[in-house]
Design a protein around this ligand. Structure first.
Ligand SMILES: CC(C)(COP(=O)(O)OP(=O)(O)OC[C@H]1O[C@@H](n2cnc3c(N)ncnc32)[C@H](O)[C@@H]1OP(=O)(O)O)[C@@H](O)C(=O)NCCC(=O)NCCS
Length: 191
């Protein structure tokens, strides 16, 4: 048997991911306008280490997503969040393996403000936790947010993630050194 034949199958996530209201799929080049529509907004970038994006930065972000899609084994799943039934792109949600030896992943999410407040980030993120634990076989999934980002902290709490700590002055966010919360959930805690 060739080496290739013996190689252990690396677990991956089957896409698209469907939830009651959303379909999450890989980004495509043609998503530029939808991605730029939210990535260029100050209110979106307020607590983020990136943005507000110029058109060139949004284009670069999409190119990065396409590069990540080609990686083998794939460890970054930054997905377009699309809303049923029209399947328009309303944001992005991502899961990445940050420590393969310790089966640890990290999630993140960003939605266009027109779609804030409906529980959609929670719905998208719960599906990512499910894929991370049940498809990738992860043991631990973390998420971080600027301490001032109440909506994001609330999403993590709704997901059953625990606040494990605060990193002082750990991220340069929109020109200020900000404290950051670390949230985490273990496979055995995910219901
Ligand atoms: C964070 C974000 C994804 C949340 O999306 P969303 O779909 O509105 O989130 P949900 O509706 O699932 O949940 C939001 C929760 O936060 C609460 N919330 C929203 N804005 C809030 C605020 N300013 N202060 C306190 N709580 C707030 C909501 O009430 C809700 O909690 P509840 O259900 O207990 O009432 C969205 O605000 C966003 O895209 N922000 C910009 C990008 C970003 O900061 N991403 C996170 C990076 S760590």
């Amino acid at each position: 048997m060739s080496m290739r034949g013996r190689a252990r199958a690396t677990p991956s996530i089957s896409l698209p991911i469907e939830t009651p209201r959303l379909i999450m799929r890989d980004f495509r080049k043609g998503d530029f306008e939808a991605v730029h529509a939210y990535s260029s907004l100050e209110e979106v970038a307020r607590y983020l280490i990136w943005g507000p994006n110029t058109p060139a930065q949004s284009k670069e972000a999409i190119e990065g997503f396409l590069d990540d899609q080609r990686m083998r084994p794939r460890s970054i799943f930054d997905l377009a969040v699309t809303l049923k039934p029209k399947r328009e792109v309303i944001g992005g949600a991502g899961l990445r393996i940050i420590d393969r030896d310790n089966l640890t992943g990290e999630i993140g999410y960003t939605l266009h403000p027109d779609f804030w407040g409906y529980g959609l980030a929670t719905e998208a993120s719960r599906a990512l936790l499910d894929a991370g634990f049940n498809e990738l076989g992860l043991q631990r999934i973390v998420a971080v947010c600027d301490q001032r980002n109440k909506a994001s902290a609330r999403v993590m709490e709704r997901l059953g993630m625990r606040r494990e700590g605060v990193f002082r002055g750990s991220k340069l966010i929109q020109n200020g050194w900000r404290d950051e919360y670390l949230y985490a959930i273990l496979a055995e805690e995910f219901g």
